[in-house]
Design a protein around this ligand. Sequence first.
Ligand SMILES: Nc1ncnc2c1ncn2[C@@H]1O[C@H](COP(=O)(O)OP(=O)(O)OP(=O)(O)O)[C@@H](O)[C@H]1O
Ligand code: SF4
Ligand SMILES: [Mg+2]
Length: 357
Amino acid sequence: MTKHNDIILQVTDLHAHFFTESGVIRALSGVDFTLRRGEVLGIVGESGCGKSVTAQCIMNMVTKPGKIMGGEIVYQRRAKGGGMTEAVNITKLNPRGREMRTIRGNEIAMIFQEPMTSLDPLYTVGNQLLEAILLHQNVTKAEAREVGEDALARVHLPEPGRIFDSYPHQLSGGQRQRVMIAIALSCNPSLLIADEPTTALDVTTQAQILDLMQELQEATGMSIIFITHDLGVVAEMCDEVAVMYLGKVVEKTDVDTAFYSPKHPYTRALLRSIPRLESTEHQRLAVIRGNVPDPSVVPMGCPFHPRCPEYMPDLCNVITPSMITLDNGQDVRCLLYGGAEQAMEKRASTTLTPIPA
Ligand SMILES: Nc1ncnc2c1ncn2[C@@H]1O[C@H](COP(=O)(O)OP(=O)(O)OP(=O)(O)O)[C@@H](O)[C@H]1O
Ligand code: SF4
Ligand SMILES: [Mg+2]
């Protein structure tokens, strides 16, 4: 995959909350990562850790009762007619404003897990493709139909003309997912966010869709954020991986390092939970001890400490680890790799207030 050193997206200290009747859910509590142009970044983590909410924030489509509470999402826009880029902080844009509408669905596109819920059953595939194309491109209706049929052919749908005039229920699950990809790619986005795009498909169709996405990434050089539960998909598709736990990135590194030298106890536990070919029939799959805590009551100290096999008493339950960059560039948020001493010193200097004479 062609990678460049220039950064297309920088997410810094992103916080997002949901204000529900039963309390505040801190879905994101300080997400940080960067994505380079042409890079495929996998975001993994157990259910509820904030993967989809991160995607919704980047698309600036967190809706009530949710709200972005802080942090930055700096996206480097292509400037018109040149190689220059222009930085915009998405968290500062009006979600329904003109600038965000020209970015969403055009420069940054998204595909979802279940195409049946994102395709409108009342409109033909063609209508939905035309809507996306006419909104973002300066073309006539006849030209838009051509662009649409080309997009369907690009995702290897046979008889694009027939598919164009079909309703979503007349297509198979794999065909619908290809249509979603065609709609997302019809405007040549610089960044594609794919949220579990193959989970609802059978294994063979899943492999075909992954091959297709890889082929399109190589042909267009777009960056991809690939959200998945499946570490096998990460190994196949991604350059970098960000592991999330309870609304934070706890480890970020290149895929080889993540698989061969994972540092965070949570990443190690996730890797132990993947089935291996060499394991015998009777070997049980390792499961991560305990459940993900409710994000409305995040544990003190390191949020992973109640489940961590390497838990250090009086440290991990007291000090919240910061992200540390190791010598090889691997980012990890765990006190095993440092940060405890500075945090203890800081706590001592802030809690030991001198008593006035
Ligand atoms: N609309 C909403 N209202 C209330 N809480 C929400 C809403 N959307 C998400 N959340 C909460 O935010 C947290 C993060 O959810 P998110 O959907 O990002 O998880 P996820 O990592 O994508 O999980 P999964 O792997 O199951 O898709 C969860 O605790 C979830 O319950
Ligand atoms: S800080 Fe402590 S509890 Fe948290 S992951 Fe590291 S060792 Fe485990
Ligand atoms: Mg999700």
